[in-house]
Design a binder for this molecule. Structure first.
Ligand code: ZN
Ligand code: ZN
Length: 320
């Protein structure tokens, strides 16, 4: 029996903490918790997923100096692989390794044979929700591990992306052969509904889902009904990053809020407030579709962004 585990969490462990002082290992350049990876058979390292900085795994706590007090928890895909190998005594194949773009024909042929071999294994794992290069129909079971985490993102497009990915996956399996399992500690109706109902009208179901998402976007003023412009400050100091975005808000409130249909939302911190040693705050502006004042509006935005060193993005995929 061939089984595929889908688990969209990278690394060995997500959190590294001191048991004495509760200090959590974070990147020096970002505000991000570091992820533990296995460097080789008997040593670990910590990696920042934001800026790819590497750190050796602490022998003693960098905060309180306690020895042997640092440990890691909240497993990622690598822990899943290790525990499957340990408990089931099988070799587990990773299907989500990045393939190099520069592969020669020979390498391609080798790679294809390696990929071919991956499907002859009994157990495979991936961090990708949907990957067109995986022939899902060869599996007897596809198991989403800790599926409750799938929809635990605050972002307005994430749910749509994930449901879309799951939909494409279900659509590419042999529905009589492959069983979909959403392993979850809480009920996730939307995914269970998809898994339970792979034959009758899944396309209709997905279509209805997208339609209701569109209705939500209309209600909440998201694209395609409203255009969004996200301005972002990037400064070495937190105060300066905040002051720049506040000053831009003040200027823009004066210069563009008299235009029809413009809405300026109060600035807020970026989800990764500190990234690569820079601090960021966002200012979100909503304006109508097919905006007749667009040329004037754009000139003012460009000028203000220049003055305050802001990045601007039109209808960005993420608002955090
Ligand atoms: Zn400590
Ligand atoms: Zn970092």
């Amino acid at each position: 029996m061939k089984v595929l585990f889908v688990y969209p969490r990278k690394g060995l462990f997500q959190l590294t903490q001191c048991s004495e002082c509760r200090y959590i290992s974070k990147c020096h350049y970002c505000d991000t918790n570091l992820t533990t990876y296995r460097k080789n058979t008997n040593s670990l390292e910590l990696i920042c997923h934001q800026c790819q900085s590497y750190y050796s795994y602490p022998i003693k706590c960098p905060e309180c100096g306690a020895l042997d007090s640092v440990s890691s928890a909240f497993g990622g895909i690598e822990e899943l692989v290790e525990s499957l190998q340990k408990h089931l005594q099988v070799k587990v194949k990773r299907l989500d390794r990045n393939k190099s773009k520069k592969d020669s024909n020979l390498e391609k042929a080798l790679l294809n044979s390696a990929i071919y071999n991956a499907y002859s294994g009994e157990i495979s794992v991936t961090t990708r929700i949907f990957d067109p290069s995986i022939p899902y129909s060869v599996f007897d079971k596809i198991i989403f591990v800790q599926a409750e985490n799938l929809l635990a993102s605050p972002d307005y497009l994430v749910q749509e992306d994930i449901i879309g990915g799951v939909f494409h996956l279900i659509n590419s399996i042999d529905k009589d052969k492959t069983e979909m399992i959403f392993d979850s500690s809480v009920k996730i109706d939307i995914l269970e509904e998809l898994a339970r109902n792979p034959d009758a009208g899944i396309e209709n179901w997905y279509y209805n889902f997208l339609e209701s998402e569109l209705d939500n976007r209309k209600i909440f003023g998201f694209p395609p009904y409203t255009n969004m412009l996200l301005l972002t400050s990037q400064q070495n100091s937190k105060e300066k990053a905040w002051n720049m975005i506040k000053a831009a808000q003040k200027d823009l409130t004066k210069s563009i809020s008299k235009f029809e249909g413009i809405k300026i939302i109060d600035p807020y911190p970026a989800r990764f407030l500190k990234r690569k040693n820079k601090y960021s705050y966002h200012l979100l502006i909503k304006f109508p579709r097919k905006y007749k004042e667009f040329a004037k509006f754009r000139d003012i935005i460009l000028q203000t962004s220049g003055v305050y060193g802001l990045q601007s993005r039109l209808n960005p995929k993420h608002l955090f």
